[in-house]
Design a protein around this ligand. Sequence first.
Ligand SMILES: Nc1ncnc2c1ncn2[C@@H]1O[C@H](COP(=O)(O)OP(=O)(O)OP(=O)(O)O)[C@@H](O)[C@H]1O
Length: 690
Amino acid sequence: MQPAAYLDKLNPQQRRAVEHGIAGPGDVTGGPLLVIAGAGSGKTNTLAHRVAHLIVNGADPRRIMLLTFSRRAAAEMTRRVERIAAHVLGPNAAVLTEGLTFAGTFHGVGARLLRDYAVQIGLDPNFTIHDREDSADLINLVRHELGFSRTEKRFPAKGTLIAIYSRAVNAEQPLEEVIGRAFPWCAGWNAELKALFAAYVEAKQRQNVLDYDDLLLYWAQMVGEPSIAADLAGRFDHVLIDEYQDTNRLQASILLGLKPDGRGLTVVGDDAQSIYSFRAATVRNILDFPGHFSPRADTVMLEQNYRSSQPILAAANAVIDFAAERYAKNLWSDRASTERPILVSVRDEIEQANFVATRILENREDGIALKSQAVLFRAAHHSGPLEVELTRRNIPFVKFGGLKFLDSAHVKDVLAALRFVENPRDRVAGFRVLRLLDGLGPATAGRILDEVATSDALVPALEGFAPPARTAQDWPAFLAMISELKGKAAGWPGELDLVWQWYEPLLERLHEDAASRQADLVQLAQIAGGYASRERFLTELTLDPPDATSAEAGPPHLDEDYVILSTIHSAKGQEWKKVFVLNVVDGCIPIDLGVGTKDEIEEERRLLYVAMTRAKDSLHLMVPQRFFTHGQAARGDRHVYAARTRFIPPTILNRFAATSWPPAAPAEPGQRPVDTPRIDIGARMRAMWK
Ligand SMILES: Nc1ncnc2c1ncn2[C@@H]1O[C@H](COP(=O)(O)OP(=O)(O)OP(=O)(O)O)[C@@H](O)[C@H]1O
């Protein structure tokens, strides 16, 4: 095989992106490259080919940093790179791609680098990582300590506090600006919030914990320090980033700090699919990228869509054509079809569920596997009635997005025990574990943790503590578990087993449905087996928790088939033959019936576009005439009447077919008009008493 024959299947634009800056063996580092990849244009495929092409031409995989949006995407990319490289390198490809150790999410790679440089930046390398819920718990603790929870006017709650803090950090915006723009009802608390955030930062440092935002923040600070930046930049010849449209300013600063002149830097993304601004992602990163460098970064556009049929693409293009600012692309497809996307009008969500379940079964009769069909929705709770209907009809499904496996109390308990041993100063973890013991109240837990924090050894500090009488029964098993874990003799994942043995009796005491919860712990044990150490397990799982249990463990049986239910956010990057989108009405897409800011509305439009472009062969957009809302306290839950989403105005209706369901039965000649009463129930009721 000719060396470059493996690139033959690529189209000319894809090939340009793959070969950019690669002159031949040993000469592989070109200037900055931006790849604007339309939906379904083979972005992932192209990036994988580029990495393989770099390796085939002599780039050292250990010196390649590959940043993706999720851990799953990184693993998939590595597998693809290996397959492609194997065409040229044969079995040696596996050895080389195993060297791709810096492939992961921004947060995951950040955590590794921070451990590597911990000592140089004054961090203890055993730091543990707080997920959003832990962060909110800690900030709440600080809020109490500062007395803000007792203010006369209601002080913002923990969820709001962490959201404000996170946005200020990720968007690199001053606090006043963040509050003014996104949290106006908190104006007036500026001084208190500043004091609170300062105290929160100090608490994290005392406890040796980092939150999600810190991973990026510390990394950005690190590349801002010339001596470390030079060292760090020198370790990587190539930095490639997928899904660049969903990165935030802090991530852009990190890249520019790592590769100030852009040499060896490749970013790939689609501005039309930017849907994560609630995490402070900014579409500006991708729009402004070329201008950061001199000369400007080269831009390659991928415009051939290989996924969707022409009519689906035409409708999606019509929707996104209304977007305010974007790289104009002419996305086209040569997959001819006569089937336009269908707008299906139904009475309510019950009928919507009925229609979708019926069609899914019909499709299966036609030989379309359940797994090739997906139902997408804007908010996790939108699928409620459909879940009931699918269950009723025995149609198996897996749901992505919404409540995460790791959010369940029992899984968190087990992880907290492991985290406490990893970093005894982590108060949120310590508090959670100690409170599991019978009769151990918050004040005592606080005292134990104070003791532990001032001592340099966990086990002796605990052994020196006399537990309250009610806890005496639970204490020895707890101590034994902690000492065994500290001793590390069990190895990984044996340590998880130790925690499980300790936790099992507590589980039965704490939860009535212990049996079903045990199943989650079995799942956790399976996941644990995939990691080399306790630290890797805790870090990776906190940073990128599995969306649904099956996402991590994989389907247990080859013949198992199930429909995919997913929030649009979690459907990113995926594709299915048949796609149904629920609640394509104002109030769901866009999510807010009230008028959002212009940017928010634009993002909702992109969400609909992302949903539509997941479909290969057929697309149903459901339009219930009324839907149920989980309202605010003042108005409660209620039904509201809905209008088709504003993103499909009458001017583009010709891109869609329309139908209503169930179809109205045609009136037969001579039939009585339907508005004539057929029975008189009132008379029957009266007759009962005569
Ligand atoms: N050169 C090509 N020839 C044929 N098929 C291709 C080519 N490139 C990509 N594809 C196919 O196109 C589909 C979309 O590719 P991929 O998932 O990489 O798109 P994407 O750009 O990441 O999409 P999105 O951004 O919408 O998630 C896949 O089924 C892939 O196999």
